[in-house]
Design a protein around this ligand. Structure first.
Ligand SMILES: Cc1cc2nc3c(=O)[nH]c(=O)nc-3n(C[C@H](O)[C@H](O)[C@H](O)COP(=O)(O)OP(=O)(O)OC[C@H]3O[C@@H](n4cnc5c(N)ncnc54)[C@H](O)[C@@H]3O)c2cc1C
Length: 330
């Protein structure tokens, strides 16, 4: 790896070795990255991707780390973080963002410029690039609806492309762009009124505060909602609200959130994920799919998992349930 450090050193403005990824993840967990780079320049990014391909070095892209779980063993390769790749250009009702621009900054600009249409992104803590990868949003409002174009670099051959929205396979928490580095996104908004935009943003935020455990490190919703159902409700009906392993806990406030109560490890969180999946499968014969991206190795054997409490509740399909406070936001 010393040779890699030397090669990287020729193209990267700064390289950190054995960088603790817990410093940049929403969960505040994760072991060290062998090399951590946070370039601000597209040419530098292209060079890093080329080096990884030429020397077969594992590469992962990270934005704000709010939708990932990284192994406590860390990542033996290069972690490219987009935090410094964050310029924005505004032209009329269009905003072009480099992928490391935060959704919160985009919202701030939309208020300043009186542009509406993305208020529903209020309170989603990631970058625009991370949001495009998972087509972030709420139940019925997705970021893809505001996208005109996404500029990408292929992670396998470094080829650059501009993709129109119609050419991207956006779906529920998916974009099909996992094999690309997202370099920039062109959003199209519409003219609005500052006070109304601010009010809508505040309303969305108020709902989040009421329903989500925002005081603790987390990665938002762990599982995708199965068709017609809410993952949070299934987890709750399994009697798992408040269940914890080590320092990780299934939130009492929103059962689809796992929170880190202080000293939780990625392994604790991973074990909870396995337990939830197993219990939901046992009780409802439903395979929950994770919304968060799980990175690295997790040497956990199912037999080492503790037995959780058993709940037994009937479930109702979406739309017929009363008092569904939990899942209003996602
Ligand atoms: C409290 C809380 C609330 C949340 N609420 C919501 C919500 O309502 N709706 C919702 O959809 N999500 C929600 N999330 C999840 C998360 O914030 C979003 O998915 C966010 O858009 C992820 O962005 P990020 O920069 O943190 O991505 P990261 O976690 O850094 O990365 C996520 C994935 O995207 C990839 N990636 C990131 N940037 C790039 C890039 N430039 N090019 C290629 N790949 C890239 C990473 O490799 C990884 O696979 C919430 C999270 C938290 C902690």
């Amino acid at each position: 790896m010393d040779i890699i450090k030397e090669i990287l050193g020729k193209v990267c403005s700064s390289i950190q070795e054995n960088f603790p990824l817990s410093a940049i993840t929403g969960f505040r967990t994760g072991g060290p990255a062998r090399f951590f780079v946070s370039p601000s320049d597209i040419e530098e990014i292209k060079e890093i991707i080329a080096i990884c391909n030429r020397y077969k070095i594992p590469l992962i892209i990270v934005g704000k780390g709010t939708n990932i779980l990284i192994s406590d063993n860390g990542f033996d390769g290069i972690v490219l973080c987009t935090k410094n790749f964050n310029k924005m250009v505004i032209e009329g009702t269009d905003i072009y963002c480099q992928s490391g621009a935060l959704l919160s900054t985009l919202l701030k600009i939309s208020i300043e410029k009186e542009l509406k249409g993305i208020e529903f992104l209020s309170g989603i803590p990631g970058t625009t690039g991370g949001a495009i990868i998972s087509n972030a949003g709420l139940k019925e409002e997705w970021i893809s609806e505001k996208v005109v174009r996404v500029d990408v670099i292929s992670l396998s051959n470094g080829q650059e492309k501009s993709l129109k929205r119609k050419d991207i396979n956006f779906g529920y928490r998916t974009s099909g762009l996992e094999n690309y580095f997202i370099s920039g996104i062109l959003f199209h908004l519409t003219n609005g009124v500052k006070e109304e935009i601010k009010k809508a943003i505040a309303e969305y935020m108020k709902k989040r505060i009421a329903t989500q455990p925002l005081g603790y490190p987390s990665a938002g919703s762990i599982f995708k909602n199965p068709p017609g159902l809410f993952a949070g409700m299934l987890i709750e009906k399994c009697g798992l609200k408040g269940y914890s392993i080590g320092g990780a806990c299934i939130s009492e406030k929103h059962a689809n959130f796992v929170i880190n109560k202080g000293r939780g490890t990625s392994e604790d969180i991973y074990k909870l994920i396995l337990i939830v999946k197993e219990q939901v499968k046992k009780m409802y014969n439903i395979e929950l799919e994770t919304e968060i991206k799980i990175i690295g190795s997790f040497p956990v054997s199912p037999s080492s998992l503790p037995s959780p409490p058993r709940g037994e509740g009937k479930i109702q399909r979406r739309g017929k349930r009363e008092g569904a406070e939990d899942e209003k936001c996602e």
